[in-house]
Design a protein around this ligand. Structure first.
Ligand SMILES: Nc1ncnc2c1ncn2[C@@H]1O[C@H](COP(=O)(O)OP(=O)(O)OP(=O)(O)O)[C@@H](O)[C@H]1O
Length: 319
C-alpha cells in the first residue's frame, strides 16, 4: 500500500541579490525539479544527497511546514501543507540540529505538554511513556532540564517526544549526527525496533553505515533530481564500480595463465606482498575466478571486496 505519494513535486526559491546601490537581481533556485516517488507503509527509507541537494526542502514539504511551487504530495491520505492540523497527529518529526523540546523544562514536562497538545488519553500515555522509557533508556534523564542533557541523551529524549502520540510515520533529519558510539547504538536499535512494529520511517542522513544497517529502500537526490530510488543492495550494482578480489599467494606463480587472468580483469600483482588484485564487473564472475585460481595456484587467502555504498554514491553524484 502506498503511504507517501509525491508526483511532479517542484520547489523554487526566489532570491534577490544586490547588483549595485539601486538595483537587485532576481534569481530562481530550483531546489526540487518535479520529483516523483512513493513510499510504502512500513518502509524504512534512507534519503541521501550532497549538501544543497534539496533534502530539507522535501522534508519541510512532507511535514507540512512548506508549500510546494507545484506538484502533488499525499501522506496517508492527507495533503500535508493543507491538512496540517489533522495531519501532524499522524506524524513524528525530529530535526537533529534543532530541538522541539522546551529548553528549560525537565523532559517529562515536555512530554506532558505534548500529551496535552496531541490529546493523548491518560492510560495510553502512561503505557507509551513506559515503553519509551524502557526502549530509549530515559529513566535517569526524565527529570533533567533539556539544556543539561548531553547530545546523545537529548536525541533519545527527542525521539521519545516525537513518539508520545504514537504516530504512524516518522521523519527524521540526521538523528545520529554527532552521537558517540553508545548513544548511536541505542538510537539505531530503537529505530529498528519501531520499524519492525510497523512504523514507516523517512530518514535523512549522511551516514551510509546507518543506511546500510537500517534502511530497506533508498532515495538518492542530486541537484533537485532523484537519481536513484530502489533497494539499498541494488544500488551497488548500478554504480559500475568493480568488485575487487584479493588473493594472497603462497608463492609467486607467474605463468601464461596468470598473466592472462591479470590482463582480463584489469588486475595488478604486488611481487613483494605476493598479492593479486583483480577487478570484476559483476558478482557472477567470482566463483569462476575462484575456481581457476584455486585449481592452478597456491592460494593462502582469498577475499571479495564489494564497493561500499559511499563509493557508489560518490560516483553517482559526480557522473
Ligand atoms: N529559504 C531558502 N531561500 C533560498 N534558497 C534556499 C532556501 N532554502 C534552501 N535553499 C536552496 O535550495 C537548495 C536546496 O536546499 P536544501 O536545504 O533543501 O538542501 P539539503 O539537501 O537539505 O542540504 P544540506 O544537506 O546541506 O542540509 C540549495 O541550493 C539551497 O541553497
Amino acid at each position: 500500500m502506498e503511504f507517501i505519494t509525491v508526483k511532479g513535486l517542484k520547489k523554487d526559491y526566489i532570491v534577490y541579490e544586490k547588483k549595485n546601490l539601486f538595483r537587485r537581481n532576481k534569481r530562481k533556485i530550483e531546489a526540487l525539479k518535479e520529483i516523483d516517488f512513493t513510499v510504502k507503509k512500513g518502509e524504512f527509507l534512507g534519503y541521501v544527497g550532497p549538501n544543497g541537494a534539496g533534502k530539507s526542502t522535501t522534508i519541510k514539504i512532507l511535514t507540512g511546514i512548506m508549500t510546494p511551487s507545484d506538484g502533488i504530495v499525499k501522506v496517508d491520505g492527507y495533503i500535508p501543507y493543507r491538512d496540517r492540523k489533522k495531519y501532524v497527529r499522524n506524524i513524528g518529526v525530529v530535526f537533529g540540529q534543532k530541538t522541539q523540546m522546551w529548553w528549560d523544562l525537565p523532559v517529562i514536562d515536555t512530554y506532558e505538554l505534548l500529551r496535552g497538545i496531541y490529546k493523548v488519553d491518560e492510560k495510553k500515555y502512561k503505557k507509551q511513556l513506559e515503553y519509551l522509557v524502557d526502549k530509549l533508556f530515559l529513566q535517569d534523564i526524565l527529570k533533567q532540564p533539556v539544556r543539561q542533557l548531553s547530545l546523545g541523551q537529548r536525541m533519545r529524549a527527542e525521539l521519545g517526544a516525537c513518539m508520545i502520540h504514537d504516530p504512524d510515520i516518522l521523519f527524521l533529519d540526521e538523528p545520529t549526527i554527532g552521537l558517540d558510539v553508545v548513544s548511536k547504538h541505542r538510537v539505531v536499535d530503537f529505530l529498528q525496533e519501531i520499524n519492525k512494529k510497523g512504523k514507516t520511517i523517512f530518514l535523512t542522513t549522511h551516514d551510509m553505515k546507518d543506511i546500510e544497517k537500517l534502511c530497506n529502500e533508498m532515495l538518492v537526490l542530486n541537484h533537485g533530481d532523484i537519481v536513484y530510488k530502489g533497494k539499498v543492495e541494488e544500488l551497488k550494482t548500478i554504480g559500475k564500480l568493480p568488485i575487487k578480489i584479493v588473493a594472497q599467494m603462497k608463492r609467486n606463480g607467474y605463468n601464461d595463465l596468470f598473466m592472462e587472468i591479470i590482463s582480463q580483469h584489469s588486475g595488478t600483482y604486488d611481487d613483494q606482498k605476493s598479492q593479486l588484485v583483480l577487478n570484476l564487473k559483476n558478482k557472477k564472475e567470482i566463483s569462476e575466478i575462484a575456481k581457476i585460481l584455486f585449481n592452478n595456484f597456491d592460494i593462502d587467502d582469498f577475499s571479495v571486496q564489494e564497493p561500499s555504498i559511499e563509493e557508489v554514491i560518490k560516483t553517482i553524484y559526480t557522473s
